[in-house]
Each structure stands twice: as C-alpha cells, then as structure tokens.
Design a binder for this molecule. Sequence first.
Ligand code: TPP
Ligand code: SF4
Ligand code: MG
Length: 347
Amino acid sequence: MATTTTLPPKKVNRIGLEPAAYKGNKSTLCAGCGHNAISERLIEAFYELGIEPHQVAKLSGIGCSSKTPAYFVRSAHGFNAVHGRMPSIATGTLLANRHLIAVGVSGDGDTASIGIGQFVHLMRRNLPLVYVIEDNGCYGLTKGQFSATADRGSVLKNGVVNDLPPIDTCALAIQLGATYVGRSFSGDKKQLLAMLEGAISHHGTAMLDVISPCVTFNDHEGSTKSYSYVKDHDEPVGDISYVPFLEDITVEYDAGTTTAHKLHDGSHLYLKNLDQDYDPTDKVGALRTLAEAHEKEEIVTGLLYVNTTQPSFIDLLNVVDEPLATLPESRVRPPQSALDEVMESLR
Ligand SMILES: Cc1ncc(C[n+]2csc(CCOP(=O)(O)OP(=O)(O)O)c2C)c(N)n1
Ligand code: SF4
Ligand SMILES: [Mg+2]
C-alpha cells in the first residue's frame, strides 16, 4: 500500500513569499568576508518585513562592498554606479519614484574617500534612503590599501602604519542631518537585523556604518577592523528590538530603561539603554559619545541617533505622488502659452 508523506508547510512571509524570493546570486566575494554576512541580513530583513521585491531599488558604487546588491533580492531594481557616485543615482531614483524602497550599499573607500563629496550632501538632504557602509578600513577590491576610516596606528599586513586620523562617518552623518544613524558589526546578527529593519521602516536618511572585516587584507593583528579587535572593543549603547506595524504593539517594556520610537510606517523600535545616560534623540550627546569612544579606543555600536519628525527631501520638494514615468505628456510638458509668456518676458 502506498504511503503518503505530508510535507511540512512552506515557510512564507506576510505577502506569501518564501525566503528564496529575497535571495540574490551566489556571492563571488572571499569566503568569510564580512560583506557576505551583511547580504544575509538584508535578505532576512526584506523577507521579515514582507516587502514586494519590485518595490525595492538597490544602488551601489564600486568595490567589493558595492557588489552586494547582486547578492540580495534578485528581482529588485538595481543600479551599480560609478565609484563614489551612488548618492546622486539614489537621489534621482527616489525623485523619479517616491514609492521605491531604496537601499544604497557602499564601502568605506567608496564613501569616505572618492565619494565623500556626494556623501556629505546626501546626509544633509535627509533623502529616504537606507545607506549601508560595509566598513573594512581598506580598499578590499584593489588589494587592501588604507581607506579614510582606518584608525590612526592601525597596521597593514606589510607593516605600513596609518598615521592619519579616521573620518567617523557616523559623527559626520549625525552632524550633517541624517535622521537614523547607527554603527554595527557584520558578526552581530541580532543587532544588525533589527537596525536594518528599523532603517527600512524609517522615512529619511538611515546611515549605518557596519564594520565588516576584510579577511584577505585586513583581519590580522594590528588591524582595528578585524573580527577579534571588534569583538574585544564593541561597546553597545543599547539593545534594539524592532516590532513591525502588523504585530501587536502593546509590547511590555520597562519605561525606566527602554524607550519606544514610532517609525513612519507604524512600526516601533524599542531601545533598551545599556548606558543609563544614553538618549538616541540627543544629537549633541550622540556626538559626544562618539568622540569619547574614540578617546577610549572603544567602538560604540547600536542606534546612535534617531529623529522621526524631520521632513524628508521628498516631502520638502513636494514631489508628485505618481512615478514620473507614468505621468502623461500633458503633465510634464509646459503648454505653448507658458513658453510664449517666457518669450514675451524676454523681449
Ligand atoms: C574612478 C575610480 N577610481 C579608482 C578606482 C579603483 N577602485 C576600485 S574599488 C576601490 C576602493 C574600494 O574600497 P571600498 O569602497 O572600501 O570597498 P571594499 O572593496 O573595501 O569593499 C578603488 C580605489 C575605480 N574603480 N574608479
Ligand atoms: S578582498 Fe576583502 S573585502 Fe574583498 S571580498 Fe575579499 S575579504 Fe571581502
Ligand atoms: Mg573597504
């Protein structure tokens, strides 16, 4: 007699898609590269949030890190830009269609060296973009030279010592106007996933500097971006939990140590202070904490700064609701009378 085997029910998210729908191509990066772990968390975050792949736009520049868009949400839109020029492509993307959920993935070289000019202007605009820096303190793709985020005193494999101070991309982003800023570590699955989920739900620039060791060129003794160094010097400012808008938001928490922050889409972030005095809505306090951590040679991780009330660039510009490509000609082309008026005014 034939026996029937019952297969376990397929795991699907709230819109009925399986985890496979959020995967990308097989990674061509080195085994053990921190960037691979970040791709995994991006896959999980989009799956957990139940976002339609066609709603997602993936943008990047050039570098090992900038290959990341190939490794998550295969059927999303994607644009691999020129080195350091992802912010302008992201800006154009979101102005053309304000409903896209845009994620830019960059490297520390792509952002803090060649791309610093575009980065600073992006941060002051509060464009609703998730901007992830996969920060390994070096130019991995071009064989491991120091980048501008390398700490003073860190040593290359060949013994060269970095004499220059680092650019702290989190301090820069907070100071310039980004409204969701955090630092994490590719090896900290729980923290990074919650921070990414919160970033995707945030309406404004969410800048995450994720320390992501380069196992081939910058994971040795003397590097301050190695797995062992980061594990030994990680000082989280708080514990972060993300609760999507669909779930019951009456989560019980201790108001003495935990604060709740409502995000644009109705989701909530619960931030449990580990440092009693840390308040992620205090801009000056966040900058002070970063400066003090540098002095103590600590790496502060977690959500460092959040402001959910600042209007985004899209809101400020009052961009039309419909994607520009769908507007009929009558709405994008001024009539002859408008042109005549201009010509008349120039007589
Ligand atoms: C205009 C231009 N200048 C220089 C390069 C060479 N280049 C390619 S990737 C890269 C740096 C990549 O470093 P990072 O952004 O930190 O990415 P990683 O490879 O470390 O992930 C450089 C200098 C280039 N491709 N284009
Ligand atoms: S060279 Fe470094 S950054 Fe590039 S893939 Fe390999 S480990 Fe990652
Ligand atoms: Mg790098």
